[in-house]
Design a protein around this ligand. Structure first.
Ligand code: NAD
Ligand code: AKB
Length: 310
């Protein structure tokens, strides 16, 4: 039986719901405590109401359950953050400080915190973007993720905090809804394909972005968290790649199953965010250090998405 007790903060979001289910399978149902601002109607298993900005409440939960590891998922994503930049900075940074400080004080042993391809900016080489390159993000979300990466590395180097991180691309899954990102169209398109055989994209034709199927993202996260510490040589955040496509690419993949599917375009403010991000990611370091390898390409993902959403 596992000796680890895991707390997922932001457990009821797009990633948290899927991560909680997998961690509960691996570590035992009662060894994974979920935490979010409010419970779901059908909330399952150990759950605590938690605002990550409330440090005392976080400490209370850690002590109550004997938490050893924290996965911090609570954040404002790119599109929502642009609408409320000051609050986005507060949540994305101070939430992280509460967790890193708890690890520094020895209250918890291990931390997972996700970064994003949003750490890159308009000056970054956009194709096959390497781990180390120009990083000048121009969104508040990207700025908070880049600062978060710097603090993760700082806390590791100065205080020995065991913090691990991945720069997720846009994540696509059928079990949970996306929460305010620029890549959300790539989830919505599958739902609309099934309901209406048509979709209007809020990103323009030709907007290629790095994406990943959720199962790959969850597997990457757990593989990184379970890797021996000496293999985790990057303590800011790892590039990981899954696939890259533009709206027409995903539409073509959908048409293999729904031949009459039509795609139109009505780009909005999210276009500028997408235009500042890479098109594809080089993940050589993740492959070399902890043997990362994606399993899903676009057509395999489309098959799974459509068959499950039906
Ligand atoms: P989401 O918006 O779907 O879920 C976030 C969850 O956090 C929600 O359930 C929300 O209620 C909760 N939350 C918000 N404020 C909180 C607070 N103060 N205290 C406690 N909980 C709070 O987000 P997600 O897509 O699951 O993303 C999780 C993390 O992964 C974020 O850090 C995000 O930046 C990162 N990420 C996600 C993607 C993606 O495509 N989903 C890509 C890159 C990085
Ligand atoms: C978003 O679009 O904000 C997220 C991300 C890539 O960080 N999906």
């Amino acid at each position: 039986m596992s000796t680890e007790k895991i707390l997922i903060i932001g457990s009821n979001g797009q990633i948290g719901l899927e991560l909680a289910a997998t961690l509960r399978k691996n570590y035992g149902f009662d060894n994974v405590v979920c935490g979010d601002l409010r419970a779901l109607d059908n909330q399952e298993g150990p759950f605590e109401v938690l605002d990550v900005l409330d440090k005392d409440r976080f400490h209370e939960i850690v002590k109550k359950h004997g938490i050893t590891q924290v996965y911090l998922l609570a954040a404002l994503l790119s599109a929502t953050a642009e609408k409320n930049p000051k609050f986005a900075w507060d949540l994305n940074m101070n939430g992280l400080f509460h967790i890193l400080d708890a690890a520094k004080e020895g209250l918890i042993k291990k931390v997972y915190w996700p970064s994003s391809i949003a750490v890159f900016g308009p000056g970054t080489p956009r194709v096959n973007t390497p781990q180390y390159t120009v990083m000048e993000p121009n969104t508040i979300y990207g700025i908070s993720k880049q600062a978060g990466e710097r603090f993760c590395e700082y806390y590791h180097q100065k205080y020995g905090v065991d913090v691990r991180s991945i720069r997720y691309p846009g994540l696509i899954g059928w079990k949970s809804a996306p929460g305010g990102g620029t890549t959300d169209y790539a989830v919505h398109i599958y739902h609309e394909a099934i309901k209406n055989a048509s979709y209007t994209s809020f990103l323009a034709a030709g907007t290629t972005l790095p994406m990943m199927y959720m199962d790959d993202a969850i597997r990457a996260t757990i593989e990184l968290m379970e890797a021996p510490a000496e293999q985790v040589k990057i303590r800011s955040s790892y590039n990981v790649a899954g696939m890259s496509f533009d709206p027409e690419g995903i539409a073509a993949s959908i048409r293999k199953h729904i031949p009459n599917f039509t795609l139109s375009y009505n780009p909005d403010f999210r276009q500028a965010i997408a235009d500042s991000w890479p098109q594809s990611i080089n993940d050589a370091e993740a492959r070399e250090h902890w043997n990362w390898k994606p399993e899903f390409d676009l057509d395999k993902m489309t098959e799974v998405m459509l068959s499950n959403l039906k």
